[in-house]
Design a protein around this ligand. Structure first.
Ligand code: G3I
Length: 305
């Protein structure tokens, strides 16, 4: 294949990007996005604060804009994210207990219902585990409603959109030896054993020098897949430049290709200048829209697989 999406499709996988609705009228941006990618994640537009700015008053205008662009151009959509400790609307941030639990479930139900049939996979719960060596859940207002909040969110999402794949999504879960990875693995194993509806696990894959692409990445993906879930790389970006960056990107692609249930890879933005990282050059295209060495290594790795 001569584009990322075509090369990934040769092994039945997708290649995606995060899209910001506000950039879609930038011609360079939208033409690269249309040419190279066939899975679209809304970078911010489907989050809790964007979609339910006032309790019970939903605003889907920006999210709908992205879904409509994706449909017009024949692309699938990954929904991001139904329940998260961050990017909560102001009214939710100070809620607690059963009122918050119900508000969260209502949110999951309403948003998943609005997009029913239009989303390939939802990040149902995002970033619910703590960093570091504890292996504990992350403290948050949602966690304080009870340890079962995650499974409650998954059940609500399944009821609202039975055909969407339901994913748990997190970062720093790439290295098999990390406590956070093991903790998420234990949760997924428990969910599968008890019939909690989970179909997939997303690995955000935000890498930098302090958190490099692990050499055991394929082990992580294979072990999760062996639990009976699909796995996806959902928010890939790698700080750095040149050959070193290109080699790390190649390693991520090879890890995904080595696991049959790794169904696709999404990078977290189009050009370096579109990245959430204020400085740095973590993506596949430079600020002018030129292909970087990292692009070529990803394309070659996809074609080799
Ligand atoms: O749109 C407003 C604008 O009106 C306002 O003037 C400006 C002032 O701060 O803020 C703008 O909103 C910002 C928004 O991005 C759009 O640019 C928010 O402040 C800013 O917080 C928000 O950052 C996003 C971040 O999630 C929020 O947590 C990033 O774009 C987005 O890339 C990032 O994505 C996350 C994933 O959802 C989850 N995993 C980690 C990943 C990277 O942090």
């Amino acid at each position: 294949g001569s584009t990322l999406q075509a090369a990934a499709a040769e092994s039945g996988r997708y290649f995606g990007t995060a899209i910001a609705a506000s950039r879609l009228n930038d011609g360079t941006y939208s033409s690269i996005a249309n040419r190279e990618f066939n899975m679209i994640t809304a970078e911010n537009e489907m989050k809790m604060d964007a979609t339910e700015p006032q309790r019970g008053q939903f605003n889907f205008s920006s999210g709908d804009q992205i879904v409509s662009w994706a449909r017009q151009n024949g692309k699938k959509v990954r929904g991001h994210a139904l329940a998260w400790h961050s990017q909560q609307p102001g009214w939710m941030q100070n809620m607690s207990g059963s009122a918050l639990r119900q508000a969260m479930l209502d949110h999951v139900t309403q948003v998943a219902t609005h997009y029913r049939g239009q989303v390939y996979a939802w990040d149902v719960v995002n970033e619910a585990f703590a960093d570091g060596s504890s292996g504990a859940r992350r403290d948050s207002n949602l966690q304080r409603t009870g340890n079962d909040w995650i499974e409650a969110a998954f059940r609500a999402a399944r009821a609202a959109d039975p055909n969407a794949k339901l994913c748990y999504n997190d970062y720093n879960t790439d290295n098999w030896s990390h406590a956070k990875t093991q903790a998420v693995y234990s949760m997924v194993r428990d969910f599968k054993s008890r019939g909690v509806p989970i179909d997939c696990v997303g690995f955000q894959a935000h890498f930098n020098s302090g958190n490099p692409v692990p050499s055991n990445y394929h082990t992580t993906l294979q072990n999760f897949a062996a639990l009976g879930v699909d796995v996806q790389i959902t928010e890939l970006d790698i700080e750095g430049s040149g050959t070193s960056q290109a080699q790390q990107y190649q390693g991520v692609v090879q890890a995904c290709l080595s696991e049959a249930r790794c169904t696709g890879i999404t990078v977290w933005g189009v050009r370096d200048t579109d990245s959430w990282r204020a400085s740095g050059t973590p993506l596949l295209f430079d600020g002018s829209g030129n292909k970087k060495a990292a692009y070529t290594s990803v394309l070659n790795a996809l074609n080799a697989g």
